[in-house]
Write a protein that binds this ligand. Sequence first.
Ligand code: AMP
Length: 472
Amino acid sequence: MAIESPREECGVFGIFNPDEQVAESIYLGLFALQHRGQESAGISTTEHTEIFKKTGLGLIANVFEQFEMSELQGDLGIGHTRYSTTGLDSIENAQPLLVNGINGQISLGHNGNVINAKELKKSHLGHLDINYKTTTDSEVIAHMYANAVGKNWLERSNYCMRIIKGAFSLVFMTKDELIGVRDPLGIRPLCLGKMDNAWILASESSALAHVGAEFVREIENGETIVINKDGIKSSIFSSKPKNHKMCIFEQIYFSRPDSLINGQLAYESRVRMGESLAKEHPVDADIVVGVPDSAIPAAIGYAKQSGISYTEGLIRNRYVGRTFISPNQKIRELGVKAKFNVLKEVIRDKKIVLIDDSIVRGTTTSRVVELLKDSGAAEVHMRVSSPPIISPCFFGVDMASSSELIANNYKIESIRKIIGADSLGFLSMKNLLDSVKSNDNEYCRACFTGEYPIPVQLDFDKFHLEKTKEKN
Ligand code: AMP
């Protein structure tokens, strides 16, 4: 089965605050990470006796309307907001998960996608009598950790890092410890924050500011951090690759612009992408317009470099969810219309440079170009602040199958015709890397190159664990 729709990944958050109850902070932290997943959310906490857990489908606000925060007692806890990259978006699949193993009970939240979950179920967990409750790779990871070999969590995590293949930024907890893990390639982000006596782990640094915490540092690739009443301990997986392979799409689109990714503020990286785009693909135009919200920093950069004035031309209805949330192409197409309205008086008879951060299927771009032209734009010159996407993601970004990726099927001139633009230019890989101040080896760029940091099975599909379940 093909992957149905390009989607997001997940957000994770964890806190140990010996001075106070943590449920409200987790709730706030998850709000700051809502852009990373809107299908389900959940929180686990503990008072060091048992682990309390609440999960539900939908946005964080909807999920926690159903519960009293007082049901989540404790000074230690984790939270998760989910977009499925493996498994269906059913309530059973909502995280955090709660599992038992030889290492006791753990509650776990995962961001990423593991490509050998099916094999691990047989090879490393097959001898155990596990009653799987979900169809996610995350539950396999949870059981791997709950049953891992080692005297403590640092040792157990290093054992798991040797075996689990793919992307896994984790926060998990026992009734006394908060643990953070970033896979050996460091594909998905994870950072550490501090607030008085509290330690915090979060997918993005922007979530730290929202709970009043200071950013300390990003967790390294292959690093495990254990936090408890005695302080904080860290260990680095000895066979980790020298360079991490952070997902470059975090810089381009996923992360919030106010998050630090690989030491760079995503906002500044995006402005630089826009500046480079203006040098690489200049055009004679009257105004620069960005597709809100994700392409605004790149549009500002393009305007700054080109000297063409930046103008708002599209107003986004903020209360309509992301286009990508829609389950099928028809609703997605309507979604674009429901999402944007044009400032007709501003753009009428103008030659526009329209900036977006990426073209995946081409749905958004075609509709936005059409909207602008129908509203009286004289010309629309499309500029994209990333290279053409030619390969799907296997590491936590539900992007689309190869056959749906417009740049996998058509050359640039054909794409231009399909989207109806007067001209089209993409940022080159070299300029993208310069914009994020990276050397060649620091990022996973597989969606643009087809070269994956670890071998992948190209026909992998996100429902593969559902199929295993049917067969059992
Ligand atoms: P498309 O309409 O399929 O060409 O997708 C491109 C648009 O969706 C751009 O406006 C991007 O900002 C946004 N986008 C790109 N990748 C994703 C993703 N994985 N999830 C959600 N939105 C995305």
